[in-house]
Design a protein around this ligand. Sequence first.
Ligand SMILES: O=C(O)c1ccccc1NCC(=O)[C@H](O)[C@H](O)COP(=O)(O)O
Length: 219
Amino acid sequence: MTLDIKICGLKTDAAMAAALTGGASHVGFIFFAKSPRYVEPAEAGRLRQAAAGKAKAVAVTVDATDAFLDEIVAKMHPDMLQLHGSETPARVAELKARYGLPVMKAVSVSEAADLERIKPYAGIADRFMFDAKPPKGSELPGGNGVAFDWRVLAGLDAGLDYMLSGGLNAANVGDALRLANPPGLDISSGVESAPGVKDPALIEQFFRAVRAARDDRAA
Ligand SMILES: O=C(O)c1ccccc1NCC(=O)[C@H](O)[C@H](O)COP(=O)(O)O
């Protein structure tokens, strides 16, 4: 089974190069002003050029207005939108029609019952991201470096397309793969030396850990 890996919150050429060298299938750019990972749409458009033909460029937004999304799409040319706010199924459908881009809808999870929330998006969202709920007091809906109990994902329909996200790092990614066997992984804080500062060495280490875990499982 192929495993997609999204490195999220890229802001520098060095981090982008490390993500692509490692074999990222997706690279993410954050368009949420309060985030330490925020990039201007035009800068994301410059950075994403390195990924052309190698990885899909994902624009991460939070309840964004049409005007801001228009700017992002015009300047960054994303391959996919990641909606990380409280976008309704109707809003997801509207944005898919407006931009003709696939949409990954983020859903925050702390227990199995939270997975029920994907039902109204069936046939609308192209993919889901299961991320941890933000800790109390956090201003960020994502990128908090906290994990949820991945075992709740084990009972999902085998055909469901999603990324497991939240609190991943080189030390725990093997457990995530073993417990949930997800079709995709997403990571941000776990490859940073400080909030918003991606560390190419940690990115390389993460990919090495993923490969080692997959080799172990295949053996
Ligand atoms: O990363 C952010 O700062 C962010 C801000 C606002 C909305 C979403 C955000 N990140 C979305 C992602 O896809 C992150 O990679 C995901 O939440 C996992 O983050 P982490 O737990 O730090 O690995």
